[in-house]
Design a protein around this ligand. Sequence first.
Ligand code: NDP
Ligand SMILES: O=C1OC[C@@H](O)[C@@H](O)[C@@H]1O
Length: 337
Amino acid sequence: MTIRWGIVTSGKISHDFVNAFNSFPDVGDQVIAAVAARDKSRAEEFAKTHKIAKVFASYDEMAMSSDIDVAYIGALNPDHFKLSKLFLECGKHVLCEKPLCMNYKETESLLSIAKSKNLFIMEAVWSRFAPSYMALEKEIQSGKLGDVQFVEVNFGVPIANVDRLRKKDLGGSAVLDIGIYTLQFAQFVFREEPVKVTAFGEINNDGVDVVDTIILEYSGNRRAVLNVNAKIRLWNKATVYGTKGRVTVEDPFHFPDTLIHNDGNVEKFSLHTSNQKYNFGNSAGLVYQALEVARCIKQGLNESPRMSHKESLLLAKLRDMVRKQVGVHFEVDDKEV
Ligand SMILES: NC(=O)C1=CN([C@@H]2O[C@H](COP(=O)(O)OP(=O)(O)OC[C@H]3O[C@@H](n4cnc5c(N)ncnc54)[C@H](OP(=O)(O)O)[C@@H]3O)[C@@H](O)[C@H]2O)C=CC1
Ligand SMILES: O=C1OC[C@@H](O)[C@@H](O)[C@@H]1O
């Protein structure tokens, strides 16, 4: 069974996703079959660049076609719910860029639509499929660190002036865009809902958070301190501390290629290099989530155990809690889904 992908939008991350896919040595029985954009000429240009066979004049046309099995949604945050819903209701599986939705309400509604249609959907938290994350999980589960007590993560990228980050109507929010990676890292380590969330930050003149400091408290007085910053570049690493030692996930922790183990051993994970031009760091790693999507679809799964629906719901809940404390409110928060 060939898995046929339909790329939704001709944007930067869609470019990176297709580049990562096409440059990977073996994607198995999968193909990038089609693309759709708001404007057909942009879709045609995208298709020409990436040698994609089919171009659709609109998202709706591709959703209704029988030419694709799964949609990759590379749209702006406010359109994730609408477009994922469109493709699900047309019987297509979905991989939607992070954050899956603007808030918990949308996330819950979208996942229930997928369940009712018996279709696969996943939030593209691509970090979870990094080979280095598999090694990190093994290290934590091995007991070498002892009992994990503390996690600290920094994620600072100077993108506060990028429209999709700084403008509320485009879904701008540091916690939605980059803070999600720090939250998912803490959840990857502790695997339980925090008992307390404390957050404070800075908002811009559009009411969008550009800096967030988040403290997650877990059972047994375990904690995570997350520094999120859209104004300046930080040393974007994550460290997991236990009673017997620590492991550091080097910059960029959100898709790392280096782990520094407690004994000082530096473990490297090479990404398939190619002459592709990417918009974002380590984007070659975007292919690993696509391999997982295909695996799950072929096994008839509706979700991936590595980035489950429960996890997406919890991340949405935590983002809503952070936004409430920092003072960021979206119009969509007042709407019934
Ligand atoms: N996984 C990762 O590493 C990354 C993930 N992302 C995520 O991907 C998503 C897109 O980010 P990115 O690719 O940088 O975004 P872009 O600025 O490239 O825009 C993506 C698409 O959104 C549509 N769009 C652009 N402006 C508007 C607008 N004003 N109103 C409505 N639609 C518009 C266009 O679709 P069309 O082509 O159809 O016209 C565009 O191609 C975000 O949700 C972000 O969180 C982003 C970067 C990295
Ligand atoms: O997901 C992402 O990766 C890191 C940053 O580039 C951010 O803006 C983007 O959305």
